[in-house]
Design a protein around this ligand. Sequence first.
Ligand code: NI
Length: 184
Amino acid sequence: MIYPIVIYGSPMLRNVSEPITADYPGLPQLIKDMFDTMHASDGVGLAAPQIGKSIRLFVIDARPWADEDPRLADFTKAFINPEIYERFGDEELFNEGCLSVPGIHEDVSRPTKVKIRYLDENFVEHDEEYDGYAARVIQHEYDHLEGKMFVDRLSPLRRTLLKSKLAAMSKGRYKADYKTKLVK
Ligand code: NI
């Protein structure tokens, strides 16, 4: 099933999401649906709040970036109850977008490396270190679980310049070529 993507301005995107247990109803199907929804909208990452579920789960398929970083050739993963416990390395700018903020791409500064503990779709625990594109998308998706969005991390000037566009978006004035919904 392809879910509609919840759009900026929907209060649920601001919730801090809750951890889940292995008996969360329909979890394998939900994870599959999240991958399908992400692929249908050409995203490389999708967090559960973006389909209206305030749970600590996101999926990433970074294989489209394998040309730039061969380590991503098989990077397709679900992250359950993740905890980024260390961010390090230099701060770097990278042009980010978000399926919940269609039509807006902005340079966002984040540390280049993270250490993260998470459960995979079989509830097996992992403790891993990532850098580059992987660290970037992990931090972006993780933000969604904390009720944060990449536009919160822009400079005050960039945010001012985007203010009217974001206000319009939260009133339903935006274009996206995938299924979306505003949930007030
Ligand atoms: Ni996003």
